[in-house]
Design a protein around this ligand. Structure first.
Ligand SMILES: Cc1cc2nc3c(=O)[nH]c(=O)nc-3n(C[C@H](O)[C@H](O)[C@H](O)COP(=O)(O)O)c2cc1C
Length: 208
């Protein structure tokens, strides 16, 4: 049995285009895959407080944490443990103001620490998580590359892809659910067009 961690960065529940695509993926999952769901807007994520930042620096330098720092750091390490113990990942990521929703950035800031989610060796940064990641990017507009060049306003997929690589996820498969605000008929067609690759990606987890 492998474990798939589903990290959802849309607060929109069933109205979320990204989650509609995710449901196609999840319905095609083999029985051998167990799910853990993390809905970032409902998760009650802690803040990155002064104690957390202090604990992060002290942890990196091998220094002792004080009592409050240790208490808050244990919440961080629980989140990190949940993240790194997953075998594979599904992310649902809306575009918000050309980038990722702030709750996903908060989660990234909470779990990304040297020694916990990445380290460095002579070749540079090395991720301490592993596993295939399917990333569903939902967007009101169309940010496909034009004339062979990336869309200059897409700060969502380049940022998230860089972070996924830092922490060791790979391969990363992207599914773009675009023009989601063009009405339900257009959205239905977009989802149907993505269905084959979503099903194929989910089925591929049987062998992972
Ligand atoms: C706060 C906010 C900011 C948004 N910013 C953008 C944007 O910069 N570009 C865009 O194409 N769509 C933008 N949208 C539209 C969403 O990307 C679109 O509705 C998408 O389907 C959201 O994903 P979801 O349906 O999975 O929640 C924004 C929506 C919200 C709520």
């Amino acid at each position: 049995m492998s474990n798939l961690l589903v990290i959802n960065a849309s607060p929109r529940g069933d109205a979320s285009a990204g989650n509609m695509a995710a449901n196609i993926f999840l319905e095609a999952l083999p029985d051998s895959v167990a799910l853990t769901r993390l809905d970032l807007f409902d998760a009650g994520l802690p803040e990155v407080t002064v104690e957390v930042t202090s604990a992060k620096m002290k942890y990196a330098m091998g220094l002792d944490l004080d009592e409050e720092e240790a208490k808050q750091w244990s919440v961080i390490t629980s989140l990190v443990e949940q993240f790194v113990r997953a075998d594979n990942y599904l992310f649902v990521i809306p575009m918000w103001n050309f980038s990722i929703p702030y709750k996903l950035k908060q989660y990234i800031d909470l779990i990304t620490h040297p020694g916990l989610t990445f380290t460095r060796d002579e070749n540079g940064p090395k991720g301490l998580a592993s596993g295939a990641a399917t990333v569903i990017y939902s967007r009101g507009g169309d940010y496909s590359p034009k004339d062979g060049k990336p869309d200059p306003y897409d700060f969502q997929s380049p940022y998230f892809g860089a972070w996924a690589s830092l922490v060791g996820l790979g391969p990363v498969s992207e599914v773009n659910v675009q023009t989601t605000m063009a009405g339900p008929d257009v959205l239905a067609k977009v989802l149907e067009a993505q269905r084959p690759q979503l099903v194929e990606m989910a089925s591929a987890l049987a062998s992972s």
